[in-house]
Write a protein that binds this ligand. Structure first.
Ligand code: V47
Length: 365
C-alpha cells in the first residue's frame, strides 16, 4: 500500500495491515524526519475512517474567570485575585455572553476558567441552567478535569458527586484541557500545583462511566521529551480501550509569551513539529475516531494543510479566546462558518458541520 522504505518501512507495513503501533514505533516516528511518509500513513488512516469528510462546529468559548490558585508556569491567562487584570464574570454576565449567540444556530458552548475559590458549585450549577435557558438546544462542554477536581476538593465531595450535580444541571461533556503532559517530571516543571496526570485520567474515566463523552489534549513544545509525548498518547489510548468515552484528541501547541517558562528561551512550536504531532497522534490513537487541529493555536493555514496529515476536524468559530491570546497567539479570535467551509473545500475536502458529539448538523455546504 505504501512505498515507504528504510526506518519507517516496518511501521508502514503495520499500518497497512491495520496493526496497533507500539511505544517504540511512536518514538521511531518522532525521531524520523520523513514528514511526508508519516503524513501519508496518517492520511491513509484518516481516509479509511472518514474519507474526505472534514468536521467543524459553530461554537462559542467563554472564559468566565482568570483568577486561579494554581498559576501554572505554562499559562499566561491565570491571575492572582488582587491583580488589576483579574476578572470573574457574574452569572448575569455569563448569561448575557451566551445570549449573544442566540439565533446563530450555535451547537456548543465551551466554558473553562481558572481555579477561583470564590466560585462554588452553586455558581456552576446556575451557570449551566442559565446557559441552557438562553440556548435551549445547545450542548454544553464545560469545566476541565482540573476544575472538577478543584470543586471536589473545595466541597469535600467525590469527583463522581460533582460530575453528577453538574450533569443534572445540564453539563453534557468535558473539554480536554488540563492534560498537559502526564509525566510527573514535566508537571513538576510546568504546572507543579496542577492535579497529577493519573487524576486527570480518573476524572475522565468517571465522566465516561456517567455516560458523558469527553475530549483529550496534550500540550507539547515546552520541556517534554519525545518519549514523554508518546507515553502521554499511550495513556490516553489505554483509557480509551477501557471506556471508549473520548470523542477527539487535540494536540495543543505551547505558546511561551508572557508565561513563567518564557525566560527559558522557548520559541514556540514549528509548523513541522505541529504536523508531525498531529500525524503521529492519528497513527498511535487508533481507537480515537477524531483528531482535531485547533486553528487558534496552529493558525488557519497550517490547520488546513493538516487535513492531509491525519486531521479530520478543524474545531470551530470559537468567537472569544483568551488563554492562547494572553500567551501571544497571533491568530484571530473568531472564524465565520463560511471561512471554515472555504478552508476545508479549498483543500479538496467535504465540509460537515457537526455538534459536539459529531452528529451531523448540516452537510452539502
Ligand atoms: O488547559 C494553557 C492549554 C488549555 C497555554 O476539548 C496553553 O475541544 C498553549 O483545552 N500555550 C485550554 N496552550 C484549551 C483547551 C481546548 C481548546 C480547544 C478545544 C478543546 C476541546 C480544548 O490550553 C489548557 C492548557 O492545556 N494552555 N496555556 C499556552 N501558554
Amino acid at each position: 500500500m505504501f512505498n515507504i522504505k528504510g526506518a519507517l518501512g516496518e511501521i508502514a507495513a503495520k499500518v497497512a495491515a491495520g496493526q496497533r503501533l507500539t511505544r517504540e514505533d511512536g518514538i521511531n516516528l518522532y525521531q524520523s524526519n520523513d514528514l511526508l511518509a508519516i503524513g501519508q500513513m496518517a492520511d491513509q488512516i484518516r481516509k479509511n475512517k472518514h474519507g474526505h469528510r472534514t468536521y467543524f462546529i459553530v461554537n462559542r468559548h467563554i472564559n468566565h474567570t482568570n483568577i486561579c490558585v494554581n498559576l501554572c508556569k505554562l499559562c499566561a491567562f491565570g491571575r492572582e485575585a488582587d491583580n488589576p487584570a483579574a476578572y470573574q464574570m457574574t452569572l448575569d454576565e455569563m448569561e448575557a455572553r451566551a445570549a449573544q449567540s442566540a439565533g446563530q444556530n450555535i451547537s456548543e458552548v465551551h466554558v473553562v476558567g481558572g481555579l477561583n475559590p470564590e466560585l462554588k458549585l452553586d455558581y456552576y450549577v446556575e451557570m449551566l441552567q442559565r446557559i441552557r435557558r438562553v440556548l435551549p438546544g445547545v450542548i454544553i462542554q464545560s469545566l476541565t478535569a482540573v476544575e472538577i477536581d478543584f470543586l471536589a476538593r473545595e466541597h469535600s465531595m467525590t469527583h463522581r458527586e460533582v460530575l453528577v450535580a453538574l450533569q443534572n444541571a445540564g453539563l453534557d461533556s468535558l473539554p480536554g484541557g488540563g492534560a498537559e503532559i502526564f509525566a510527573p517530571r514535566v508537571r513538576e516543571l510546568i504546572c507543579p500545583k496542577k492535579v497529577a496526570g493519573d487524576t486527570w485520567l480518573t476524572v475522565h474515566q468517571t465522566a465516561h462511566e456517567l455516560g458523558m463523552r469527553t475530549n483529550a489534549t496534550m500540550l507539547y513544545g515546552h520541556v517534554e521529551t519525545l518519549e514523554e509525548r508518546v507515553d502521554h498518547l499511550l495513556s490516553l489510548r489505554e483509557l480509551q480501550d477501557r471506556t471508549g468515552g473520548f470523542l477527539t484528541f487535540i494536540p495543543l501547541a505551547f505558546h511561551p509569551q508572557n508565561t513563567a517558562l518564557e525566560p527559558l528561551g522557548l520559541s514556540g512550536t514549528t509548523g513541522y513539529d505541529d504536523l508531525k504531532t498531529l500525524a503521529i497522534a492519528r497513527l498511535l490513537l487508533d481507537n480515537f475516531d477524531h483528531i482535531k487541529s485547533y486553528w487558534i493555536m496552529v493558525g488557519p493555514k497550517l490547520a488546513q494543510v493538516s487535513l492531509s496529515f491525519g486531521v479530520d476536524d478543524l474545531d470551530g468559530t470559537v468567537v472569544e479566546e483568551k488563554i492562547t491570546h494572553d500567551a501571544g497567539a497571533q491568530t484571530e479570535q473568531a472564524m465565520t462558518r463560511e471561512q471554515l467551509v472555504r478552508l476545508i473545500k479549498n483543500a479538496g475536502y467535504y465540509p460537515v458541520q457537526r455538534d459536539t458529539l459529531y452528529n451531523v448538523v448540516k452537510e452539502g455546504l
